[in-house]
Design a protein around this ligand. Structure first.
Ligand code: NDP
Length: 451
């Protein structure tokens, strides 16, 4: 950046901070993208004149509402719900719902902002949104979950629709929650329509949707490695999380000949030097989805594994890392530990799991680094395909969807290369994804004039 650009960038960032007090995650996400965009639009007057960056960094709207429900002991409980509709320049708002006590407006604004660029990268016509609640599903009975989901949808239904805004799952929102919310939407609107994705197969859900984010993150990893003349085969991998994304990422790493050493949950991580194979992954899926247990129980079942309470797996030596739990789960020291231990590639299954300092360490050391907006876009891509299937009242078979997912991940890799390659052929995937994602949305906004 030239000196005058630095001054403009600082002014932009200061304005952003002033307009969004107490929202560090949102500022972190915009900061990361804006750095690359500033360079890209430096000599492109049309974007400056139309104030595109300023407009893209202001959500179309943030809807916040009360969610009132009754627990099993007849206590009345009150939570807050949100839907952030960030940008619908290239299609209906699209993005998941997160139920977790750490959910705040800032977290959802960062996720909706990232989602806008990610959805653009998939090549499908989807805008960006995100929503959720500070509700904690842990330890709640099925009845409590159902009553909460129904109450949440009783307000949300008036803001969504198949051509308006199509939410999906995210942390704490899986098939069970989507079922309860879809049922409530159908009941109060009187319409069966594709208003949510991630639905059960019996009622309009797509084959491969549950697997898509984790598998896609590994396809992206394989693309990065292939570009560098390498592959997943024979490599060791650290994975965090043990939910939907993590378990499916583990499954694909194993299928491609890699060895998964770790998984985690919010209480700590397990390290299994023998490798977490498909049988063990199936056991974990059952533990998490059906028995709603804790990852520490793995060590009672499988010999040789150790549980590390309250810790994350990033100090274990391995070739590959796939953070698949939550935002900011790799801080500067953990990022440096990965580099020092010789990690060669990182593919983010989670959204913004790496802090800005950790990303700098990866880039300074030429570690292949796939940011979530590119590497975890497989989930929303298959969600987009679920919308198409619902619109045409048909179901596509898993083989076709599998091939399409691989093609989409490979296209995203190519787009990153188009805007992020240096003279030596090294790809800065952050820059490539930011610019490619931005350009399509920005050009659509230019076409609409001042809105
Ligand atoms: P799940 O709820 O299925 O699993 C989340 C996992 O992460 C759990 O193991 C959970 O542990 C752990 N986790 C959650 N919060 C924290 C925390 N604060 N600290 C440590 N561990 C935590 O969610 P998903 O697998 O669906 O989502 C994981 C990530 O992937 C999120 O960042 C999400 O935004 C992203 N993502 C998901 C997509 C999808 O299709 N599902 C699509 C694109 C991105 P515990 O059970 O103890 O809370």
């Amino acid at each position: 950046m030239a000196i005058s650009d630095h001054v403009d960038f600082d002014r932009f960032l200061n304005g952003l901070k002033k307009r969004n007090p107490g929202q560090p995650e949102y500022i972190q996400a915009v900061h990361e993208v804006a750095q690359d965009i500033f360079d890209f639009i430096g000599d492109k007057e049309e974007y400056h004149a139309a104030q595109i960056l300023r407009r893209i960094a202001e959500p179309d709207r943030v809807i916040s509402f009360r969610v009132c429900w009754e627990d099993d002991n007849h206590n009345i409980r009150v939570q807050r719900g949100w839907r952030v509709q960030n940008n619908n320049a290239i299609g209906p708002y699209k993005g998941g719902l997160r139920f977790h006590p750490t959910v705040t407006e800032s977290v959802l604004k960062f996720l909706a902002f990232e989602q806008t660029f990610k959805n653009s990268l998939t090549g499908l016509p989807m805008g960006g949104g995100k929503g959720g609640s500070n509700f904690n599903p842990k330890g709640k009975s099925d009845g409590e979950i159902m009553r909460f989901c129904q109450s949440f949808m009783t307000e949300l239904y008036r803001h969504v629709g198949p051509d308006v805004d199509v939410p999906a799952g995210d942390i704490g929102v899986g098939a069970r929650e989507i079922g309860y919310m879809f049922g409530q939407y159908k009941r109060i609107s009187g319409r069966w329509e594709g208003v949510l994705t991630g639905k059960g197969r019996e009622y309009g859900g797509s084959e491969l949707r549950p697997e898509a984010t984790g598998y896609g993150a590994v396809y992206f990893l394989e693309n990065m490695l292939k570009h560098a003349g390498n592959s997943v085969d024979g490599k060791t991998a650290l994975i965090s999380g043990s939910g939907n994304v993590a378990t499916h990422a583990a499954e694909k790493v194993v299928e491609l000949g890699g060895k998964v050493l770790t998984l985690s949950d919010s209480s700590g991580f397990i390290h299994d030097p023998d490798g977490i194979d498909q049988n063990k992954i199936d056991w974990i899926k059952d533990l998490k989805v059906n028995r709603r247990g804790r990852i520490s129980e793995y060590c009672e079942e499988f010999n040789g594994a150790t549980f590390h309470e309250g810790q994350r797996p990033w100090h274990v030596a391995a070739d590959l890392a796939l953070p698949c739990a939550t935002q900011n789960e790799i801080d500067a020291a953990q990022g440096q530990a990965l580099v020092d231990n010789g990690v060669i590639a990182i593919s983010e299954g989670a959204n913004m799991p790496s802090s800005l300092d950790a990303i700098k360490a990866f880039q300074d050391n030429k570690v292949l680094y796939g940011p979530g907006k590119a590497s975890n876009a497989g989930g929303v891509a298959v969600s987009g395909l679920e919308m198409s299937q619902n619109a045409e009242r048909r179901s596509w078979d898993a083989t076709l969807l599998g091939r399409t997912l691989q093609d989409i991940m490979s296209d995203i890799h190519t787009k990153c290369g188009e805007y992020g390659s240096d003279q030596n052929g090294h790809i800065n995937y952050v820059k490539g994804a930011n610019i490619a994602g931005f350009k399509k949305v920005a050009d659509a906004m230019l076409a609409y004039g001042v809105l």
